[in-house]
Design a protein. Structure first.
Length: 259
């Protein structure tokens, strides 16, 4: 079995694969400070909940954009799973080529999503990850990661509203029935959700216009489903895209070892 882990700015997501089947996935908060034992206990609890023994785990692959947790996290894996984690970073084969001004500065999460989208859906493809930040990454027909945009995430935008203003309340992020609203809460919800729908559609259309291509558009990320359900410009919503990318990158490493 293979454990795939993605450490984002807001959440750590963990998936467990048996061959090509994703058996289970789990999520925990990144922003809490934890020791290697705490990470280890959590990972073991996830395995126990799925009725998997640690000895059944063949390998662990990790992508991270939060360097400060990596020491404790990796030590938790070593201590409790008895595995040396494979870390997605410079020098690891991903199946795509990054043609950026500074390829090493492109986040591992974006590389993993790009690899997963290209492997599963082919190219050209635009990957939109609605996470803490919202990223738009274009991978061409040859698997070259060429262009990217980064903008404020939906949740970060919502938090800015209620933390930077004196009277606006904390709200649930959901789409109201209409853009015409009279209450403060539904007005905020409409502004956030309709605003992000409009932003997403404009960026997608502008990219298609300037790239002169009708690429496939794939969305992922926890809040991506809200946008996907309210636009015709996103072709696919894949909540497990990062897991698929990590599994694909892992398989690339194994194939290289055997060649």
């Amino acid at each position: 079995m293979l454990v795939v882990m993605d450490i984002g700015n807001t959440n750590i997501t963990i998936g467990i694969y048996q061959k090509d089947k994703l058996l289970a996935s789990y999520r925990l908060t990144t922003k809490m400070k934890r020791t290697s034992d705490e990470y280890g206990f959590m990972i073991m609890n996830f395995l126990n909940a799925t009725h998997i023994d640690a000895e059944q785990i063949k390998d662990v692959i990790v992508s991270s954009v939060v360097p400060k947790v990596m020491h404790s996290f990796n030590n938790g894996i070593r201590k409790y799973l008895k595995k040396e984690p494979i870390i997605v970073g410079p020098g690891i084969r991903t199946g795509i080529s990054v043609r950026a001004e500074n390829p090493k500065a492109v986040g591992a999460d974006r590389i993993v999503d790009a690899a997963g989208a290209y492997h599963v859906y082919g190219g050209p493809v635009l990957v939109i990850d609605f996470g803490t930040a919202t990223t738009y990454d274009y991978i061409d027909a040859d698997g070259v990661f060429e262009y990217g945009l980064i903008t404020l995430g939906i949740e970060a935008g919502a938090q800015a509203l209620w933390t930077q203003t004196a009277k606006l309340p904390e709200i649930e992020i959901k789409k109201p029935k209409t853009i015409l609203n009279k209450s403060t809460i539904t007005s905020m919800q409409a502004g956030l959700v309709y605003g992000y729908i409009g932003q997403s559609e404009y960026i997608i259309q502008k990219l298609k216009e300037e790239l002169h291509t009708n690429m496939k558009v794939v969305a992922t990320g926890g809040l991506g489903k809200i946008i996907y359900n309210n636009t015709k410009l996103i072709d696919i919503y894949d909540p497990d895209l990062t897991f698929k990318g990590l599994k694909y990158i892992y398989e690339k490493q194994q194939a290289e070892k055997q060649s």
